[in-house]
Design a protein around this ligand. Structure first.
Ligand SMILES: Cc1cc2nc3c(=O)[nH]c(=O)nc-3n(C[C@H](O)[C@H](O)[C@H](O)COP(=O)(O)OP(=O)(O)OC[C@H]3O[C@@H](n4cnc5c(N)ncnc54)[C@H](O)[C@@H]3O)c2cc1C
Ligand code: FES
Length: 296
Protein backbone atom coordinates (compact mmCIF):
# COMPACT_ATOMS: atom_id res chain seq x y z
CA UNK A 1 0.00 0.00 0.00
CA UNK A 2 1.37 3.43 -0.88
CA UNK A 3 0.55 6.55 1.10
CA UNK A 4 0.88 10.00 -0.37
CA UNK A 5 0.90 12.96 2.03
CA UNK A 6 -1.47 15.77 1.16
CA UNK A 7 0.05 19.21 0.86
CA UNK A 8 -1.39 22.50 2.04
CA UNK A 9 -3.28 21.33 5.15
CA UNK A 10 -3.17 23.11 8.48
CA UNK A 11 -0.32 21.77 10.58
CA UNK A 12 -1.23 19.79 13.71
CA UNK A 13 -0.11 21.17 17.09
CA UNK A 14 2.84 18.77 17.18
CA UNK A 15 5.17 17.10 14.72
CA UNK A 16 3.30 14.98 12.15
CA UNK A 17 3.70 11.26 12.63
CA UNK A 18 2.68 10.54 9.00
CA UNK A 19 0.08 8.09 7.68
CA UNK A 20 -3.16 6.75 9.11
CA UNK A 21 -4.52 8.62 10.91
CA UNK A 22 -2.33 11.50 12.15
CA UNK A 23 -1.18 13.66 9.25
CA UNK A 24 -3.56 13.46 6.23
CA UNK A 25 -2.69 10.66 3.83
CA UNK A 26 -4.30 8.39 1.26
CA UNK A 27 -4.78 4.86 2.52
CA UNK A 28 -7.11 1.96 2.20
CA UNK A 29 -9.62 0.57 4.72
CA UNK A 30 -10.72 -3.06 4.80
CA UNK A 31 -14.37 -3.65 5.64
CA UNK A 32 -14.73 -5.80 8.77
CA UNK A 33 -18.40 -5.12 9.45
CA UNK A 34 -21.15 -3.07 7.86
CA UNK A 35 -24.43 -3.24 9.67
CA UNK A 36 -27.72 -1.41 9.94
CA UNK A 37 -28.01 0.12 13.42
CA UNK A 38 -31.26 2.10 12.98
CA UNK A 39 -33.66 2.96 10.15
CA UNK A 40 -31.50 4.25 7.29
CA UNK A 41 -28.40 4.38 9.52
CA UNK A 42 -25.38 2.09 9.16
CA UNK A 43 -22.15 1.47 11.05
CA UNK A 44 -19.04 0.66 9.04
CA UNK A 45 -16.05 -0.84 10.83
CA UNK A 46 -12.78 -0.69 8.92
CA UNK A 47 -9.32 -2.14 9.50
CA UNK A 48 -6.78 0.62 8.80
CA UNK A 49 -2.97 0.54 8.70
CA UNK A 50 -1.10 0.80 11.98
CA UNK A 51 0.78 4.11 11.66
CA UNK A 52 0.57 7.72 12.73
CA UNK A 53 -1.37 9.50 15.46
CA UNK A 54 -5.05 8.78 16.14
CA UNK A 55 -7.56 11.11 14.48
CA UNK A 56 -8.94 13.86 16.71
CA UNK A 57 -12.67 14.08 17.51
CA UNK A 58 -14.43 16.23 14.92
CA UNK A 59 -12.07 15.32 12.09
CA UNK A 60 -13.35 13.50 9.03
CA UNK A 61 -12.18 11.16 6.31
CA UNK A 62 -12.95 11.55 2.63
CA UNK A 63 -14.05 8.23 1.21
CA UNK A 64 -14.06 6.76 -2.28
CA UNK A 65 -15.49 3.39 -3.24
CA UNK A 66 -12.84 1.31 -4.94
CA UNK A 67 -13.17 -0.78 -8.07
CA UNK A 68 -15.40 -3.78 -7.57
CA UNK A 69 -18.08 -1.65 -5.89
CA UNK A 70 -20.61 -0.69 -8.55
CA UNK A 71 -20.99 3.05 -9.21
CA UNK A 72 -22.35 3.01 -12.77
CA UNK A 73 -23.39 6.66 -13.13
CA UNK A 74 -19.79 7.72 -12.53
CA UNK A 75 -18.09 5.36 -14.95
CA UNK A 76 -15.31 7.20 -16.78
CA UNK A 77 -15.02 9.97 -14.18
CA UNK A 78 -11.94 10.44 -12.02
CA UNK A 79 -11.77 9.26 -8.43
CA UNK A 80 -11.80 12.60 -6.55
CA UNK A 81 -15.26 13.39 -7.91
CA UNK A 82 -16.58 10.35 -6.12
CA UNK A 83 -15.25 11.24 -2.69
CA UNK A 84 -17.62 11.82 0.21
CA UNK A 85 -16.81 13.21 3.70
CA UNK A 86 -17.63 11.19 6.84
CA UNK A 87 -16.83 12.09 10.43
CA UNK A 88 -14.72 9.75 12.49
CA UNK A 89 -17.34 8.07 14.72
CA UNK A 90 -14.88 5.83 16.56
CA UNK A 91 -11.27 4.76 16.58
CA UNK A 92 -9.56 2.03 18.59
CA UNK A 93 -6.07 0.60 18.55
CA UNK A 94 -4.92 -2.50 20.38
CA UNK A 95 -2.12 -5.01 19.82
CA UNK A 96 -1.00 -3.41 16.58
CA UNK A 97 -4.53 -3.35 15.11
CA UNK A 98 -6.41 -0.18 14.26
CA UNK A 99 -10.14 0.09 13.71
CA UNK A 100 -11.93 3.10 12.29
CA UNK A 101 -15.69 3.42 12.75
CA UNK A 102 -17.98 5.47 10.53
CA UNK A 103 -21.70 5.98 11.05
CA UNK A 104 -23.57 6.91 7.89
CA UNK A 105 -27.08 7.60 6.70
CA UNK A 106 -27.96 5.99 3.39
CA UNK A 107 -29.30 9.05 1.55
CA UNK A 108 -27.98 9.02 -2.01
CA UNK A 109 -25.82 7.55 -4.74
CA UNK A 110 -22.66 6.69 -2.81
CA UNK A 111 -24.13 6.00 0.62
CA UNK A 112 -26.65 3.56 -0.91
CA UNK A 113 -23.71 1.67 -2.40
CA UNK A 114 -21.86 1.83 0.90
CA UNK A 115 -24.81 0.01 2.51
CA UNK A 116 -24.07 -2.94 0.20
CA UNK A 117 -20.39 -3.24 1.21
CA UNK A 118 -19.50 -6.67 2.58
CA UNK A 119 -16.59 -7.80 4.78
CA UNK A 120 -13.43 -8.18 2.72
CA UNK A 121 -14.19 -5.17 0.46
CA UNK A 122 -11.72 -2.29 0.40
CA UNK A 123 -12.46 1.42 0.29
CA UNK A 124 -10.15 4.35 -0.36
CA UNK A 125 -9.70 6.93 2.39
CA UNK A 126 -8.08 10.34 2.64
CA UNK A 127 -7.61 11.80 6.08
CA UNK A 128 -7.87 12.68 8.79
CA UNK A 129 -9.01 16.09 7.56
CA UNK A 130 -10.41 19.22 9.12
CA UNK A 131 -10.40 20.94 12.49
CA UNK A 132 -11.16 18.97 15.68
CA UNK A 133 -13.31 19.88 18.67
CA UNK A 134 -11.23 21.54 21.41
CA UNK A 135 -10.87 19.26 24.44
CA UNK A 136 -9.38 21.55 27.07
CA UNK A 137 -12.54 23.53 27.77
CA UNK A 138 -14.61 24.31 30.89
CA UNK A 139 -16.91 21.52 32.09
CA UNK A 140 -19.53 20.20 32.07
CA UNK A 141 -19.60 19.99 28.29
CA UNK A 142 -22.98 19.65 26.63
CA UNK A 143 -22.96 17.61 23.40
CA UNK A 144 -25.94 18.20 21.10
CA UNK A 145 -26.50 15.89 18.12
CA UNK A 146 -29.25 15.85 15.51
CA UNK A 147 -29.83 12.89 13.17
CA UNK A 148 -26.62 11.62 11.56
CA UNK A 149 -24.88 14.52 13.34
CA UNK A 150 -24.49 12.14 16.27
CA UNK A 151 -21.54 10.52 14.39
CA UNK A 152 -18.64 12.80 15.50
CA UNK A 153 -20.16 13.12 18.99
CA UNK A 154 -19.75 9.37 19.54
CA UNK A 155 -15.98 9.66 19.16
CA UNK A 156 -15.92 12.96 21.02
CA UNK A 157 -17.89 11.44 23.92
CA UNK A 158 -15.62 8.38 24.06
CA UNK A 159 -12.56 10.63 24.14
CA UNK A 160 -14.00 12.87 26.86
CA UNK A 161 -14.94 9.81 28.91
CA UNK A 162 -11.39 8.41 28.60
CA UNK A 163 -10.05 11.72 29.89
CA UNK A 164 -12.48 11.74 32.80
CA UNK A 165 -14.20 14.91 31.58
CA UNK A 166 -17.77 15.71 32.65
CA UNK A 167 -20.25 15.81 29.79
CA UNK A 168 -23.90 15.22 28.95
CA UNK A 169 -25.65 14.44 25.67
CA UNK A 170 -28.81 15.76 24.05
CA UNK A 171 -29.70 13.70 20.96
CA UNK A 172 -32.61 14.27 18.61
CA UNK A 173 -34.05 12.72 15.47
CA UNK A 174 -37.21 12.95 13.43
CA UNK A 175 -38.32 9.40 14.28
CA UNK A 176 -37.41 7.08 17.14
CA UNK A 177 -36.65 4.33 14.62
CA UNK A 178 -33.87 6.49 13.14
CA UNK A 179 -32.04 6.74 16.47
CA UNK A 180 -29.11 4.72 17.71
CA UNK A 181 -29.90 2.29 20.55
CA UNK A 182 -29.30 3.80 24.00
CA UNK A 183 -26.43 1.37 24.70
CA UNK A 184 -24.41 2.88 21.84
CA UNK A 185 -24.57 6.44 23.17
CA UNK A 186 -21.71 7.90 25.19
CA UNK A 187 -22.05 9.24 28.74
CA UNK A 188 -24.39 8.72 31.66
CA UNK A 189 -26.60 11.81 31.32
CA UNK A 190 -28.55 11.53 28.07
CA UNK A 191 -31.70 13.35 26.98
CA UNK A 192 -33.55 12.30 23.83
CA UNK A 193 -36.02 14.14 21.61
CA UNK A 194 -37.98 12.79 18.65
CA UNK A 195 -40.51 14.54 16.49
CA UNK A 196 -42.76 11.43 16.47
CA UNK A 197 -42.49 11.13 20.26
CA UNK A 198 -41.35 7.49 20.03
CA UNK A 199 -38.25 8.06 22.16
CA UNK A 200 -37.61 10.73 24.76
CA UNK A 201 -39.43 14.02 24.65
CA UNK A 202 -41.71 14.80 21.70
CA UNK A 203 -40.11 17.69 19.86
CA UNK A 204 -36.63 18.82 18.95
CA UNK A 205 -33.31 19.10 20.77
CA UNK A 206 -34.20 22.77 21.35
CA UNK A 207 -37.28 21.74 23.34
CA UNK A 208 -35.00 19.60 25.52
CA UNK A 209 -32.42 22.37 25.87
CA UNK A 210 -35.09 24.88 26.89
CA UNK A 211 -36.19 22.62 29.75
CA UNK A 212 -32.69 21.61 30.84
CA UNK A 213 -31.53 22.34 34.36
CA UNK A 214 -27.85 22.08 33.64
CA UNK A 215 -25.36 24.92 33.67
CA UNK A 216 -22.98 24.04 30.84
CA UNK A 217 -20.26 26.59 30.02
CA UNK A 218 -19.36 24.69 26.84
CA UNK A 219 -21.61 23.34 24.07
CA UNK A 220 -20.50 21.18 21.11
CA UNK A 221 -23.02 20.38 18.41
CA UNK A 222 -23.42 18.61 15.09
CA UNK A 223 -26.54 18.30 12.95
CA UNK A 224 -28.50 20.10 10.23
CA UNK A 225 -27.53 23.76 9.96
CA UNK A 226 -30.97 25.00 11.09
CA UNK A 227 -30.49 23.05 14.31
CA UNK A 228 -26.95 24.38 14.68
CA UNK A 229 -28.20 27.95 14.26
CA UNK A 230 -30.72 27.41 17.08
CA UNK A 231 -28.14 25.77 19.35
CA UNK A 232 -25.73 28.65 18.64
CA UNK A 233 -28.43 31.17 19.64
CA UNK A 234 -29.38 29.15 22.74
CA UNK A 235 -25.72 29.01 23.84
CA UNK A 236 -25.08 32.70 23.18
CA UNK A 237 -28.14 33.65 25.25
CA UNK A 238 -26.65 31.71 28.19
CA UNK A 239 -23.09 32.92 27.75
CA UNK A 240 -21.87 29.40 26.88
CA UNK A 241 -19.02 28.91 24.40
CA UNK A 242 -20.36 26.92 21.46
CA UNK A 243 -18.51 24.89 18.81
CA UNK A 244 -20.38 23.46 15.85
CA UNK A 245 -19.41 20.83 13.31
CA UNK A 246 -20.92 22.09 10.05
CA UNK A 247 -21.98 20.12 6.99
CA UNK A 248 -21.74 21.60 3.53
CA UNK A 249 -21.62 19.82 0.20
CA UNK A 250 -17.94 19.11 -0.33
CA UNK A 251 -16.25 18.95 -3.72
CA UNK A 252 -12.55 18.35 -3.10
CA UNK A 253 -12.62 18.31 0.73
CA UNK A 254 -9.09 19.74 0.79
CA UNK A 255 -9.51 23.50 0.33
CA UNK A 256 -9.07 23.67 -3.44
CA UNK A 257 -12.50 24.03 -5.07
CA UNK A 258 -14.40 26.52 -2.85
CA UNK A 259 -17.49 24.31 -3.09
CA UNK A 260 -17.96 24.19 0.68
CA UNK A 261 -18.26 27.95 1.28
CA UNK A 262 -20.54 29.02 4.13
CA UNK A 263 -21.26 32.65 5.14
CA UNK A 264 -18.84 34.03 7.74
CA UNK A 265 -19.92 36.47 10.42
CA UNK A 266 -18.62 40.04 10.19
CA UNK A 267 -18.35 42.75 7.59
CA UNK A 268 -17.75 42.95 4.68
CA UNK A 269 -19.60 39.68 3.89
CA UNK A 270 -17.11 36.85 3.57
CA UNK A 271 -17.08 33.07 3.47
CA UNK A 272 -15.52 30.21 5.42
CA UNK A 273 -14.30 27.06 3.69
CA UNK A 274 -16.07 24.38 5.74
CA UNK A 275 -13.57 21.67 4.75
CA UNK A 276 -10.41 23.57 5.63
CA UNK A 277 -11.39 26.13 8.28
CA UNK A 278 -13.94 23.61 9.63
CA UNK A 279 -15.81 21.41 9.95
CA UNK A 280 -15.54 22.38 13.64
CA UNK A 281 -15.96 26.13 14.02
CA UNK A 282 -16.71 28.53 16.86
CA UNK A 283 -20.46 29.19 16.46
CA UNK A 284 -19.93 32.97 16.43
CA UNK A 285 -17.73 32.74 13.32
CA UNK A 286 -20.76 31.76 11.18
CA UNK A 287 -23.38 34.19 9.83
CA UNK A 288 -26.36 31.95 10.63
CA UNK A 289 -28.95 34.37 9.26
CA UNK A 290 -27.23 34.61 5.89
CA UNK A 291 -26.67 30.82 5.80
CA UNK A 292 -30.32 30.06 6.65
CA UNK A 293 -31.49 32.48 3.96
CA UNK A 294 -29.17 31.11 1.26
CA UNK A 295 -29.16 27.93 -0.85
CA UNK A 296 -25.66 26.98 0.35
C1 LIG B 1 -17.49 17.22 7.30
C2 LIG B 1 -18.65 16.30 6.98
C3 LIG B 1 -18.82 15.17 7.75
C4 LIG B 1 -19.87 14.30 7.45
N1 LIG B 1 -20.05 13.22 8.24
C5 LIG B 1 -21.06 12.39 8.00
C6 LIG B 1 -21.25 11.24 8.81
O1 LIG B 1 -20.49 10.96 9.73
N2 LIG B 1 -22.31 10.42 8.52
C7 LIG B 1 -23.17 10.70 7.47
O2 LIG B 1 -24.12 9.95 7.25
N3 LIG B 1 -23.01 11.77 6.69
C8 LIG B 1 -21.98 12.62 6.92
N4 LIG B 1 -21.81 13.70 6.11
C9 LIG B 1 -22.70 13.89 4.97
C10 LIG B 1 -22.29 12.94 3.86
O3 LIG B 1 -21.03 13.34 3.34
C11 LIG B 1 -23.35 12.95 2.76
O4 LIG B 1 -24.53 12.38 3.25
C12 LIG B 1 -22.88 12.15 1.58
O5 LIG B 1 -21.91 12.91 0.92
C13 LIG B 1 -24.00 11.84 0.63
O6 LIG B 1 -23.43 11.17 -0.47
P1 LIG B 1 -24.35 10.39 -1.52
O7 LIG B 1 -23.58 10.18 -2.77
O8 LIG B 1 -24.94 9.16 -0.90
O9 LIG B 1 -25.53 11.41 -1.75
P2 LIG B 1 -25.84 12.23 -3.08
O10 LIG B 1 -26.49 11.31 -4.08
O11 LIG B 1 -24.64 13.00 -3.53
O12 LIG B 1 -26.92 13.23 -2.49
C14 LIG B 1 -28.07 12.76 -1.78
C15 LIG B 1 -28.61 13.90 -0.95
O13 LIG B 1 -27.65 14.28 0.04
C16 LIG B 1 -27.27 15.65 -0.14
N5 LIG B 1 -25.83 15.73 0.12
C17 LIG B 1 -24.85 15.21 -0.63
N6 LIG B 1 -23.65 15.48 -0.09
C18 LIG B 1 -23.90 16.18 1.04
C19 LIG B 1 -23.11 16.74 2.05
N7 LIG B 1 -21.78 16.67 2.05
N8 LIG B 1 -23.73 17.40 3.03
C20 LIG B 1 -25.04 17.50 3.08
N9 LIG B 1 -25.85 16.98 2.18
C21 LIG B 1 -25.30 16.34 1.17
C22 LIG B 1 -27.61 15.99 -1.56
O14 LIG B 1 -27.88 17.37 -1.71
C23 LIG B 1 -28.86 15.16 -1.79
O15 LIG B 1 -29.99 15.78 -1.26
C24 LIG B 1 -20.77 14.59 6.38
C25 LIG B 1 -20.59 15.72 5.61
C26 LIG B 1 -19.55 16.58 5.92
C27 LIG B 1 -19.37 17.81 5.10
S1 FES C 1 -14.71 21.21 -0.51
FE1 FES C 1 -13.32 22.09 -1.93
S2 FES C 1 -12.65 23.88 -0.90
FE2 FES C 1 -13.84 22.86 0.58
Amino acid sequence: MTRRPVQGRAAPDRAPAGGPLGEPALFSGGVLRNQRVAAGLYELLLAVPDAGDPPRPGQFVSLVLESGVAQPEFEGLEGPLLRRPFSVAGFVQARGRRRLKLLYASVGRITRRMAALVPGANIGLLGPLGTPFPLEVPEPILLVGGGRGIAPLLYLGETLACRGRAFALVYGARRGAEMLPAGQLPGGSIWLATEDGARGRRGTVLDVLDGLRLEAPTVMACGPHGMLASVAGWSAARGAACWVSVEAVFGCGTGLCGGCAIPAAGKPPDFLWACRQGPVLPAESVDWERWNASDL
